[in-house]
Design a protein around this ligand. Structure first.
Ligand code: HEC
Length: 187
């Protein structure tokens, strides 16, 4: 009895050591691989685990990303556009650095339609690739609007929806920088 116990102990130690080897990059022999490594499912594969048969599940209703603030004003609402203009205050100063970044952002996101000087002569319009005539941003129609209203238009698009929303593409700070930059187009 005592001997067989010793034998078993030695066997166990030997088995244990057989999992080790000198190559640090090699995990050695794995006795129960199904327990050491779980099988990862591909995001877009089908699944037998979930009732809807999909591997990747949508986040729970109402989920928002950490640090996100929900934009409180609705698109296509003249009232909300005016309200945004009255309530939103531009937190970004028109310093040289901010204006330079505003110009850069404008040339990425706005210039193609509105033109380099904001005069509604962007390539997408003049080459007839975009059918709707953009607004001349140097006109009083735009320049008399408070900063918050222009910020609102960038965020949710124009009232007619001819101009689309840019809220998901441009960070809030950069939207304000663009607003500051648009002011310089008339000077
Ligand atoms: C795909 C083309 C396109 C792009 C890109 C675009 N706009 Fe426009 N924008 C338009 C059109 C078209 C109108 C006229 C909308 C209307 O009549 O409803 C307009 C109108 C506006 C207006 C006036 C709102 C109004 O009701 O007419 C502002 C301000 C404006 N754009 C700013 C911007 C800024 C800032 C950017 C970049 C962040 C931008 N736009 C990007 C096409 C564009």
């Amino acid at each position: 009895m005592k001997n067989s116990f010793k034998m078993m102990l030695i066997l166990l130690i030997l088995t244990g050591f057989s999992s080790c080897n000198k190559d640090k990059n090699n995990p050695g022999y794995v006795f129960w691989p199904d327990m050491a490594y779980t099988t990862a499912s591909k995001s877009y594969s089908s699944s037998t685990v979930f009732a809807n048969g999909l591997t990747m599940q949508a986040p729970a209703d109402g989920t928002i990303a950490r640090g996100t603030t929900i934009y409180p004003y609705k698109a296509k609402s003249p009232d909300d556009q005016l309200k945004a203009g009255m309530e939103l205050k531009n937190p970004v100063e028109a310093t040289a650095t901010n204006l330079a970044e505003g110009k850069r952002q404008f040339e990425i996101f706005c210039m193609d339609c509105h033109g380099i000087g904001g005069k509604a002569d962007g390539h997408l319009y003049t080459a007839k690739l975009f059918p709707a005539k953009p607004r001349d941003l140097t006109e009083p129609f735009v320049q008399t609007k408070p900063d918050g209203e222009i910020y609102h238009i960038i965020t949710v698009g124009s009232l007619s929806t001819l101009m689309g929303a840019h809220g998901t593409q441009i960070t809030p700070e950069n939207r304000w920088r663009i607003v500051n930059y648009i002011r310089t187009l008339v000077k």
